[in-house]
Design a protein around this ligand. Structure first.
Ligand code: SAH
Length: 601
């Protein structure tokens, strides 16, 4: 029987920087042929049962003979290369010969020294404003480099460079960088044997690095990193964490779907897509049939018996706010038909094809949020959201959609249909609502007339009795902050959390914090500016309140297990629930709680 050949990237040196797959290959190897001085021999300890051959002194033919003979003798052969085999690994001539002889092989990647050096330097090669590209190259030595890739021209790109195999002649190398126009103060770092016990880092600039490297006695086995990114402080901010940057995996403000989702898939490919979607949603579990259970990470896995998807959906129906079904729409329709109740109680259901090309909002588009869930799924997969509710098609945000986004409660759902059909026939309605909402959503729609500002929303059809009423939530914002936090920081933090939670400032009744913040100037000033109530609770009261995210830090330093969550819940009164749990914004923590519906006298 034939054996098996695996090329394995050994990583930069530290024995625990090999991949798990690479280490497994070593464990099962009968023969390991390893490449010279930059493969840490400690790695060979993984290969307990193997014959070990150092290839440093062997010719290509001799290496190939070892691999091929091993394969034909039925052995598991590992060819171990330093870093990642794809960088200066001289593997292509080995691949070529094996292909020619029709001998199969696998390749396991490794951590390249270029990245081990970045870790040692604690740098990021790509930083906005400094460099968005990396050139990995080498100086010409015994091995020639194509003319167009000469250092003296490549370096003219102002970007980050990782230069392999070139520490032997630093002075000549630096001259080439100068010739390319890099200024004297360009930062350069040289990392000798990154991740090894005897790792050494030398930092400097074009002007002085050569001397420093000589002084340190480094001549080989080093990575040369060139570029402004080595001056970390000069970098700009990445847009990735900017709250105005709608990243595929982050919803922006009240437009995102809120609540726990169940993602169902029944095929291998469908499950891969389901996992991609689940990890992009705020909270999601993935439901899988038993036979595919191992494909899903344990922390979000719900397993059901093979062939019982219908029952699994039925069981989950009441416990999840959203369902994303990666399967044919027909199956979904048949499975959920008996479960459908009403507009106000059904969860959102979105159907998505296995390729993620389309996310179809199937049930509870507005109130349940399926339209938003569909957009979110489409953003994650890079597909298209398919929304068929009429008011969305005409570019208007339906009133029940508005209610769902901003936590309003529709008092008389029966009026929704009357109002929307009236609008669809180009009838006019008069609305009362917070001015910001009107201006944001309806100001340029001639059918919708602003009849006055109010916290609750009413939409009436003139000359009829029909009035759609939607009640505003009543919220309290809990605030914790470091000593000396300024009112401007508090204002920004609260505004950000409210926006993200879909709570209007109009719906905030007041703020709450701990007694020990009673003299906190910034907090007092902030509350005064808003004109809203500010309440304080004692340590005892706060500690008696059950919360979602108790903080060990606060317990240790203040003797209180939670400030923002507990204070918001206490202020909002009995039966209150969190809209948004503790959110940290720099020196401020913010939580939002809403009251249960008050019975109006
Ligand atoms: N395939 C390897 C590179 C092999 S070429 C990789 O991906 O890292 C050998 C060159 O790589 C050395 O001359 C040196 O420039 C660099 N190198 C390899 N291991 C290194 C380490 N631990 N620290 C710094 N440079 C290293």
């Amino acid at each position: 029987m034939n054996g098996k050949i695996t090329f394995v990237g050994a990583g930069p040196g530290a024995p625990d920087l090999i991949t798990i797959r690479g280490a497994e290959a070593l464990k099962h190897a009968d023969l390991v042929v390893y490449a010279g001085s930059l493969v840490n021999e400690k790695l060979l300890d993984y290969a307990r049962n193997a014959e070990l051959v150092n290839s440093a002194k062997l010719s290509l033919d001799e290496v190939l003979a070892l691999l091929c003979n091993g394969y034909r003798a039925g052995k598991s052969v590992v060819r171990l290369h330093t870093g990642d085999p794809a960088m200066y690994g001289a593997v292509s001539e080995q691949y070529r010969e094996l292909d020619r002889q029709c001998i199969p092989y696998d390749v396991v990647p490794g951590v390249s020294s270029a990245f081990a050096a970045a870790a040692a330097l604690k740098t990021e090669y790509t930083m906005p404003g400094l460099s968005m590209s990396v050139i990995m190259t080498r100086d010409a030595g015994r091995t020639p480099v194509p003319e167009k890739e000469a250092l003296s021209s490549l370096a003219a790109h102002d970007c980050t460079m990782c230069i392999f195999l070139s520490a032997g002649n630093m002075r000549a190398l630096i001259d080439k960088l100068r010739a390319a126009g890099r200024p004297e103060d360009t930062p350069v770092a040289v990392v000798y044997r990154a991740s090894w016990e005897n790792e050494k880092i030398v930092r400097g600039t074009l002007a002085d690095i050569a001397g420093r490297v000589e002084e340190a006695g480094i001549k080989r086995q080093a990575m040369i990193v060139v570029g402004k990114v080595l001056n970390r402080e000069q970098g700009g901010l990445s847009c990735l964490y900017d709250r105005n940057f709608a990243h595929g995996y982050r919803g922006a403000g009240s437009e995102s779907f809120r609540g726990q989702c169940a993602v169902f898939a029944m095929t291998r490919e469908g499950i891969a897509k389901a996992l991609e979607i689940a990890s992009g949603l705020a909270e999601a579990d993935v439901f899988v049939p038993e036979k595919y259970a191992t494909l899903v990470p344990v922390h979000r896995r719900v397993i059901y018996p093979d062939g019982r998807s219908k029952q699994a959906i039925a069981q989950a129906w009441k416990s999840y706010r959203g369902f994303v079904m990666v399967m044919a729409a027909g199956i979904v329709v048949r499975h959920i038909a008996p479960l459908c109740g009403s507009k106000t109680s059904d969860p959102a259901v979105v159907v998505c094809d296995e390729r993620g090309d389309y996310a179809v909002s199937l049930l509870s588009g507005h109130l349940g949020g399926a339209n938003r869930l569909a957009s979110e799924v489409a953003r994650i997969t890079g597909g298209k959201a398919v929304v068929t509710t009429a008011s969305d098609v005409r570019g208007m945000t339906a009133f029940d959609e508005l209610a769902s986004r901003f936590h309003y409660r529709v008092s008389n759902p029966g009026a929704i249909l009357k109002v929307s059909s009236h609008l669809l026939e180009n009838g006019r309605v008069e609305v009362r609502m917070p001015r910001v909402l009107y201006e944001c959503f309806y100001a340029d729609d001639a059918r919708i007339v602003f009849a006055g500002e109010s916290r609750d929303i009413s939409v009436s059809i003139p000359e009829t009795e029909t009035v759609l009423r939607m009640e505003a939530p009543h919220c309290f914002v809990g605030i914790g902050c470091r000593k000396g936090t300024r009112s401007a920081s508090l204002k920004a933090a609260v505004a950000e959390v409210l926006e993200r939670s879909g709570i209007l400032m109009d719906c905030v009744d007041g703020f709450a914090s701990a007694d020990l913040k009673k003299k906190e100037k910034g907090l007092l000033e902030f509350a005064r500016e808003t004109g809203k109530e500010l309440r304080f609770f004692s340590e005892k009261e706060l500690n008696a309140q059950k919360v979602e995210h108790p903080s060990e830090y606060a317990m240790k330093h203040l003797g209180i297990h939670s400030v923002s969550e507990a204070a918001s819940l206490l202020a909002a009164g009995e039966g209150a629930s969190l809209v948004t749990g503790k959110t940290v914004c720099g020196p401020v923590t913010v939580a939002v709680a809403r009251q249960t519906k008050k019975t109006t006298p």
